[in-house]
Design a protein around this ligand. Structure first.
Ligand SMILES: [Mn+2]
Length: 353
């Protein structure tokens, strides 16, 4: 059985949002524990994080791990609201910047990530989503791109601004000292060797802990963003990632939007090809491909969502779908309305399977 889930940002870990998710029909949740909104710019916490090329989404955390007590407390609250914790989405850049950058703290940080995975396993959370990326989500623009002029995000050109030292994954990890200069330029081969190290070290620990690591593709899926190479920017590159370290814990956070934006491949073929390796799905729709695409309502994009569901069902996928992002709707609660619309649509599609 495919399950309906809902994604919550860190500041949404409260009874109102748990009830909202349940009211939308969710039985499972995916939680972002990273604070993407610590940008000191006063930007609201409604909707998707945004930011400039100097500070990105803002400041990363202090690098400390999420403790077992902290995770169990959240899990208990979720459970009291009828929700099951399916996945954590994204490591804090402060936990692993030198794993991404091959910096001096790499060995220490990979050991911390291992400990984090063990804690997640002990808490009984089956999936840890990650995005192995230097630039992270960059090049995004905001505008009235969806039906009826609904506020949404998209891309019209590549952000070429170099990444300042002290920043990675579109967040700043150097709280105290501002460093001069920019990230050293590397090529794709070097990025793949870094992910090989990450998988070689972490996958055996994840297998033992009963946790699946799930890779999000590049958002947006360009070969380069901000003068850095990207990892999974064509559907075929997911296979390369899987082949690097085969096993149940080397899994995918399958983002339909990002995959549909890719210049090569076909979203239906990709779903069929990778279904057996998918941990959970970002079930959202887009119009266009990089470098010119827009995120739109679930029923107005290029993807035939019902066709995707039927492929997943035929492959016996029994994981969770979440809306990921959705355009805002004009009313007093733009984010909630957009999400409720997507959830209702998803629930109706699922009922027809
Ligand atoms: Mn996504």
């Amino acid at each position: 059985m495919i399950k309906l889930g809902f994604g919550l940002y860190r500041h949404m870990l409260n009874a109102d949002h748990y009830q909202f998710a349940r009211q939308c029909g969710a039985t499972h949740v995916v939680i972002h524990l990273v604070d993407y909104f610590n940008n000191r710019s006063g930007a609201g916490k409604e909707g998707q994080p945004v930011g400039s090329s100097e500070i990105g989404w803002g400041y990363a955390g202090d690098g400390s791990l999420w403790t077992l007590e902290q995770l169990l407390r959240i899990k208990k609250d979720l459970s009291a609201h009828g929700l099951t914790w399916e996945a954590i989405e994204n490591f804090d850049p402060a936990m692993w910047y030198d794993v991404l950058l091959d910096g001096p703290e790499k060995k220490k940080q990979i050991e911390q990530l291992k400990e984090q995975i063990r804690i997640i396993g002990r808490a009984g959370i089956p999936i840890m989503g990650y995005n192995f990326s230097l630039a992270g989500v960059a090049s995004r623009i905001t505008g009235p791109f969806a039906r009826g002029g609904a506020l949404s995000v998209g891309m019209d050109k590549v952000d070429d601004a170099p990444i300042p030292n002290g920043m990675v994954w579109n967040m700043r990890y150097d709280h105290r000292q501002k460093r001069d200069g920019y990230l050293q330029k590397i090529e794709h081969e070097e990025l793949w060797s870094r992910v090989q190290y990450f998988l070689d070290e972490l996958i055996p620990v994840a297998e033992e802990a009963g946790v699946r690591l799930a890779a999000h593709p590049d958002d947006p899926p360009m070969p380069y963003i901000r003068q850095t190479p990207r990892l999974v920017y064509q559907p075929r590159l997911y296979q390369k990632l899987l082949d690097m370290k085969p096993g149940r814990s080397n899994a995918l956070e399958f983002c339909l939007g990002s995959i549909a934006e890719m210049q090569e491949g076909d979203i239906y073929e990709a779903t069929e090809q990778y279904a057996d390796h998918i941990a959970y799905i970002h079930f959202r729709n887009v119009r266009g491909k990089v470098p010119e695409y827009k995120e739109v309502f679930i029923d107005e994009g290029d993807i035939d969502m019902m066709r995707i569901l039927k492929i997943l069902q035929a492959k016996n996928f029994d994981g969770v779908l979440i809306p990921d992002h959705t355009p805002h709707m004009n009313c007093d609660a733009p984010w909630h309305a957009g999400m409720a619309y997507a959830m209702g649509y998803m629930k109706a599609l699922m009922a027809q399977l």
